[in-house]
Each structure stands twice: as structure tokens, then as C-alpha cells.
Design a protein around this ligand. Structure first.
Ligand code: AMP
Ligand code: MN
Ligand code: MN
Ligand code: MN
Length: 279
């Protein structure tokens, strides 16, 4: 079970990925992925195209989503797997989260203008594939084009991250809402890339506890954002909190992502993979 090549978190042009949903699926298939979830930010739009392409290739496909959540003063991402894309409450909840993005994008552009980088909203919009979904990744691509940094990774070291120019505070969904939408749509809830959150050990424990309490199922142990130490640390958290383990590239595009589709490290063999619930 742990040797299946599962990749349960990636992005298409329906959010801030650079490949169309069909091309994400074709690339995953070419990379030897056996089980794929497309998990665009706050959006289900890419799922029909991805599912149809996967069916044509004989690749097992899981409809997913990555929901933006505010918890304490942090942005946390919760992946929903095997959600019913036709669920009305999920669709309405995601629409509400997406709707906040336009005003935030205007504020980001305003902040960049203040440090002398003009035209950022128009510039970012040129990289947007889905007008309902503008993300910091689109601003990052514009900032590379404008010569502000050499690549997307470096943009986030100097801009768009908390404490840097171009960052604005924003309130996303609550953890209760995100879990409610995912569970209500028949899905499995997964903590995305926990190694990225600036939480103390005590806060991380409280967060995992709360996630469990709300019916959360799994945590990304192996993911593109984790180094080897973080993989081991979150494997221990999965054991302590009795959570299933997920494996995720968080692929956004060939030039944007350190880990390609299907290439995240294997899970420690004693953990129960989240796909035991999916296949
Ligand atoms: P948003 O949901 O608009 O806040 O945008 C978050 C997205 O920005 C993430 O999903 C990534 O695509 C991208 N991002 C955030 N931090 C980084 C980083 N350090 N390096 C590369 N991409 C990042
Ligand atoms: Mn993204
Ligand atoms: Mn994320
Ligand atoms: Mn992601």
C-alpha cells in the first residue's frame, strides 16, 4: 500500500498552477503516478477536465481542493480529498473564499506601488488562468518578469511574505468552516505542508488537536515543502495524533516547483497512508 505512487496535492491553471488540468494529469501519468488528486486553491473548476483525461489514460483520479484557512494569526491550508464536486455547500463556501481575493490583490498591488513597482495588478493578471482566482503566485511570476527577483522562490524571500513589501493581512475561512465543507461533501481532510507554518510546538499541538476534534483525517508527512527532518517530525505527529499520512508534491509547474508530480519521498512504512480510505 505504501509503495503506490500516490500524489494527492497539485495545482492547475484553475488556480495558480501553470499547466492546464489535462496537462497536469498527462504529466503525472508520464511520471508513473498511480493515484492523483488535483487540489486547486479554493476552486473545483479544473476537476471535470482532469477526471476525463485521467479516465482516458486509465489513471486513478481523486477530486480535491486546497482550502485557505485563517487560524490564530496564520494562514493554514487544508486539503479536501474525494469531495463531491456537486456539493452545494462546498461550492458556496469556496465561492465566498475566492471572492475575497480580488480586493486583496488590489491591496497587494497598492503596497507594491508604494515601493516603486507599478502595474503589478495588470502584470499578475496576465499570468492568471482563472479570473476568479488570483494568487500571490501570479504576483510572484510578474515580479520575476519585472526583474525584482531571479525566480519565484526568491520573490517570496523578499516580497509577498509576512514582514516583506507586498504582503497584506487577509482573513480566509475558519478551520471549522473548511472541515465542515469537506466532511459535508463526503471528503477526507488533510493538513497541508505543516512544516511551512510558523507555529510553536505548543501551538502546533493545539492545532492538530483541534483538527482531530473537528473530524480531520490526515496530515501531509511527505511533501514538496518538507525537508527530511520535517518528514520525520510530522511522521511522529501522525503517530501521536492517530492521523493517516499523505504524500504530496504540491506541484505548480516545471519551473516553479522543487518536486515534480509523483516524486515526493516515500512514506515511512509503519504509517497508514490516507489512500487506504480512497481506493
Ligand atoms: P495565496 O493563496 O494567494 O496566498 O498564495 C499562496 C501561494 O503562493 C502558494 O500556494 C504558492 O503557490 C505560492 N507561495 C507561497 N510561498 C511560497 C514560497 N516560499 N515559494 C514559492 N511559492 C510560494
Ligand atoms: Mn499555490
Ligand atoms: Mn498550500
Ligand atoms: Mn498547494
Amino acid at each position: 500500500m505504501n509503495t503506490l505512487n500516490a500524489d494527492l496535492h497539485c495545482h492547475s491553471t484553475a488556480s495558480d498552477g501553470v499547466l492546464a488540468p489535462a496537462d497536469v494529469v498527462r504529466r503525472a501519468h508520464a511520471n508513473g503516478v498511480d493515484l492523483l488528486a488535483l487540489t486547486d486553491h479554493d476552486e473545483l473548476l479544473g476537476l471535470p477536465e482532469a477526471a476525463a483525461t485521467a479516465a482516458g489514460l486509465g489513471l486513478r483520479f481523486v477530486p480535491g481542493v486546497e482550502i485557505s484557512v485563517s487560524w490564530l494569526d496564520q494562514t493554514i491550508h487544508i486539503v479536501g480529498l474525494a469531495v463531491d464536486p456537486a456539493n452545494a455547500a462546498l461550492a458556496a463556501g469556496l465561492r465566498q473564499v475566492r471572492d475575497g481575493r480580488d480586493g486583496r490583490a488590489a491591496r497587494i498591488a497598492g503596497e507594491l506601488e508604494r515601493i516603486g513597482i507599478g502595474g503589478a495588478l495588470e502584470g499578475a493578471l496576465r499570468y492568471v488562468g482563472n479570473p476568479a482566482l488570483i494568487s500571490r503566485a501570479h504576483f510572484a511570476r510578474f515580479l520575476v518578469e519585472a526583474g525584482a527577483a531571479r525566480n519565484v522562490h526568491e520573490v517570496f524571500l523578499h516580497y509577498l511574505a509576512r514582514g516583506k513589501p507586498g504582503y497584506v493581512e487577509h482573513v480566509w475561512a475558519t478551520l471549522d468552516e473548511a472541515l465542515g465543507w469537506i466532511k459535508g461533501a463526503g471528503g477526507v481532510a488533510v493538513i497541508a505542508h505543516p512544516g511551512r507554518y510558523r507555529l510553536s510546538h505548543a501551538e502546533m499541538d493545539i492545532f492538530f488537536e483541534k483538527f482531530r476534534e473537528l473530524g480531520g483525517d490526515a496530515v501531509e508527512v511527505s511533501c514538496g515543502a518538507h525537508d527530511g527532518g520535517q518528514l520525520l517530525a510530522f511522521a511522529r505527529m501522525a503517530r501521536r495524533f492517530g492521523l493517516l499520512a499523505s504524500r504530496a508534491s504540491d506541484f505548480h509547474g516545471p519551473a516553479d516547483s522543487p518536486v515534480d508530480l509523483g516524486r515526493a519521498p516515500p512514506l515511512p512504512p509503519d504509517l497508514t497512508p490516507v489512500w487506504s480510505k480512497l481506493i
